[in-house]
Design a protein around this ligand. Structure first.
Ligand code: C2E
Ligand code: MG
Ligand code: MG
Length: 363
């Protein structure tokens, strides 16, 4: 950054991977060029230790004066704009003035409410459970659940994970929220196991932010110990988009988690940064094929071939397959014909409150 003309002496690292760049009045006329030059840096890979690495960036821009603000407020505004840019996808730039009207007022509310909710021992968060059905035998049976968090906010009403998890990740609040979900889910599973369903297992989603905490393995070990769940009955779901630049570290963490006896699933397979080689390299027990491929089963040759191919590949390396998003009988029949065992989807059941799940499946 410091090689870019006009900002040589005004780039600062805020911490982590965040930087602040100040454009002084002297270079204001050249701002478009400077912004383009910054953007261009990220189009090229970096060559580190024998390989190329790509890095994306998100940029938020705020102008001063204009907004009546002090330094602290300016940085906050730049941060809000950057968050909007990040939300829009990779390698984007957002101006504060453009994002304010639309959603950032809401974002500030959500941020405050979320901080309060997590400080308040996560009481507003609730875990829903969606059954995972084993269709391999004569009789289809529930083999466990996926735990899916909901936020029942006193101020904002019911908020789905798609709406608040990106912000929670960004603010680091996904750690306390995720800890809460993990603990609750393990407690319930242990209870079901004791109540006559020793085979029921629970799947818990783990965000990349959680996975990259230094003490994540210790945390999982502690929850296992305190809830006394059978480790094999817990599956942690991770997605591929995570830290692909740092496969070595990720493989190490996942292996350590598996050494505890816990299983690892690759969630939303087929979307994001999929590489078939990851399936081979990653220490995995389950691959969950993303819902978007199930949606067009039977209509679209690509989806059919994709699901069949992943299933064969998984068989070859002894990994289980679970398909997500089965909504119709036709989809279920096709999946069954392909020899797939595990199904999750509205056809069998939506994510439900604990009471409802236990009423239906704890008999
Ligand atoms: P996911 O882990 O892939 O979870 C499956 C999502 O697909 C759930 O959405 C579920 O309700 C939905 N789904 C399941 N079957 C069907 C179906 O047949 N049709 C349709 N249309 N949808 C179906 P949900 O609960 O809104 O969760 C969205 C995502 O939020 C999850 O995707 C997961 O990535 C994330 N998430 C949820 N809970 C947590 C959590 O506790 N921690 C973290 N880190 N992420 C979570
Ligand atoms: Mg999942
Ligand atoms: Mg999924």
């Amino acid at each position: 950054l410091q090689r870019i003309e006009g900002i040589e002496d005004t780039c600062y690292r805020m911490g982590g991977d965040e930087f602040v760049i100040i454009l002084s009045p002297a270079v204001y006329e050249k701002r478009e060029q400077i912004i383009t030059n910054i953007k261009d840096i990220f189009l090229k890979p970096w060559f580190l230790r024998d390989s190329d690495y790509y890095c994306t960036m998100s940029m938020g821009i705020v102008e001063f004066p204009g907004e009546d603000a002090n330094v602290h407020d300016l940085i906050k505004m730049a941060d809000i704009a950057m968050y909007e840019a990040k939300k829009g996808g990779k390698n984007r730039i957002t101006y504060y003035e453009d994002c304010f009207a639309a959603s950032s007022g809401k974002r500030l509310d959500m941020e405050k409410n979320m901080r309060d909710a997590t400080a308040n021992s996560c009481e507003e968060f609730e875990v829903y459970y969606q059954p995972v059905i084993d269709i391999s035998g004569e009789k289809e049976r529930c083999s466990g659940v996926e735990a899916l968090v909901r936020w029942n906010s006193g101020k904002m009403g019911m908020v789905g994970p798609g709406e608040f998890i990106p912000l929670a990740e960004y603010l680091g609040l996904i750690n306390p929220i995720g800890d809460f979900v993990l603990r609750k889910a393990c407690e319930k599973c242990k209870y079901w196991n004791d109540m006559g369903h020793p085979e029921y297992h629970v799947n818990v989603n783990l965000s990349v932010v959680q996975l990259l905490q230094n003490d994540i393995v210790k945390k999982v070990a502690k929850v296992l110990e305190e809830t006394r769940i059978i480790p094999q009955n817990l599956t942690l779901e991770v997605t591929e988009s995570l830290a692909i630049n740092d496969m070595v570290r990720m493989k190490k963490i996942l292996s350590e988690i598996r050494n505890l006896g816990v299983r690892v699933a690759l969630d939303d397979f087929g979307t994001g940064y999929s590489s078939l080689n990851h399936i081979r390299e990653m220490p995995l027990d389950v691959i969950k094929i993303d819902r978007c491929f199930i949606e067009h089963l039977g209509e679209d040759d690509f989806s059919n071939a994709f699901v069949r191919m992943v299933s064969e590949l998984a068989n070859a390396i002894n990994v289980h397959v679970c398909v997500e998003g089965v909504e119709t009988k036709q989809q279920r029949d096709i999946v069954k014909q392909m020899g797939i065992r595990m199904i999750q989807g509205f056809f069998y059941g939506k994510p439900m409150k604990i009471e409802e799940f236990e009423k239906k499946y704890l008999i």
